[in-house]
Ligand binder design. Structure first.
Ligand SMILES: Nc1ncnc2c1ncn2[C@@H]1O[C@H](COP(=O)(O)OP(=O)(O)OP(=O)(O)O)[C@@H](O)[C@H]1O
Length: 308
């Protein structure tokens, strides 16, 4: 196995930082016509205040299920989510979510300004304060000039900027992002990644970002939480020790970036092969060992194909 990462803490942020969000023994079993489906087996991790953490995992790993539980839209079968000391039982006031489908998350009959302002009106923020926050958020995402336009007059990337501005203007303590850039082109995606890091660094908001894209997770995060295949546990918790100042061209061409993406790629291959951490740590049966070795060699092969 690659030995390229620093040892990582078992599950959790570095000890000196205050915990903002705790996911504790979360399990989710869906009822279905074919019988119960255990989507999430046991997820436990903490996110520190001000941290930018990415969640990656194989398709169907339960990322969306996890985000719905964290955002209070879905009740876990057992376990709990604690945000700033309070158990989450519904959508928390101090949380904002940005989804992939920006087209459906904006109201077409409201202008850009109106869309960003709406949650503030709902929260009864006074008019002058609303104006200040909307202007600052639109400025932050580079859309001050477009405040009178309607969503359908904007490109996909611009619409997603509006969704980000709306979340930022709300001044959440935690910002959840569910594959927010999956539907935009590569150049726009790179710009939006830099925008998220910029906003995160300037505002100090805690960001939990779900992505399918390993490179995106390494570029964005301070930490990447790798989920196993469903029924899901935390496969690995990887500290991303890249410099805080990142640039698309330079950071992505460093040796450390390549090592980290390689390591996470391997972990996802192991997850797909059903090799979970306890088996890795405590020895595996001969059968599983075969699977593990197969997974590793497959991972190496596929890496050769994906590495530029
Ligand atoms: N309402 C449901 N009823 C039954 N099973 C479900 C339901 N929702 C999700 N599942 C199952 O739970 C597992 C996790 O699904 P989930 O959508 O959370 O994964 P995901 O990691 O977000 O997937 P993807 O990466 O493909 O978007 C899958 O096996 C899925 O089939």
């Amino acid at each position: 196995m690659s030995d390229t990462t620093q040892p990582t803490s078992p599950v959790g942020p570095r000890p000196e930082r205050e915990v903002l969000l705790s996911v504790r023994d979360v399990r989710k079993v869906y009822a279905s016509d074919a019988g119960p489906v255990e989507a999430v087996r046991n997820l436990t991790f903490d996110v520190a205040r001000g941290e930018l953490a990415c969640i990656v995992g194989p398709s169907g790993a339960g990322k969306t299920t996890l985000l719905k539980i964290i955002s209070g839209l879905l009740e876990p079968t057992s376990g709990e989510v604690i945000l700033e000391g309070e158990r989450v039982t519904g959508p928390p006031r101090t949380m904002a979510v940005v989804f992939q489908e920006y087209g459906r998350s904006l109201f077409p009959w409201l202008t850009v300004h109106g869309n960003v302002e709406l949650p503030l009106k709902n929260a009864r923020v006074p008019a002058a304060e609303r104006e200040r926050r909307v202007a600052a958020a639109l400025e932050a995402v580079g859309l001050a000039h477009a405040h009178k336009r309607y969503p359908w007059q904007l490109s996909g990337g611009m619409q997603q900027r509006v969704a980000i501005a709306r979340a930022v203007a709300y001044e959440p303590h935690v910002l959840l992002m569910d594959e927010p850039f999956a539907a935009v082109d590569a150049q726009t995606r790179a710009d939006l990644e830099d925008l998220v890091r910029d906003i995160w660094q300037r505002l100090g908001v805690t960001v939990l970002f779900v992505t399918h894209d390993i490179d995106e997770s390494v570029y964005l995060a301070e930490r990447v939480i790798v989920l196993s295949s469903s029924p899901t546990v935390v496969q690995e918790d990887v500290h991303i020790d890249l410099p805080a100042q990142r640039s698309q061209l330079e950071t992505r061409s460093t040796a450390r970036f390549a090592e980290l993406r390689h390591h996470i790629y391997e972990q996802i291959q192991l997850a797909k092969a059903g090799i979970v951490p306890a088996q890795i740590a405590h020895g595996v049966s001969a059968d599983n060992l075969d699977t593990k070795e197969t997974a590793m060699s497959q991972s190496e092969t596929e890496l050769e194909q994906v590495t530029p």
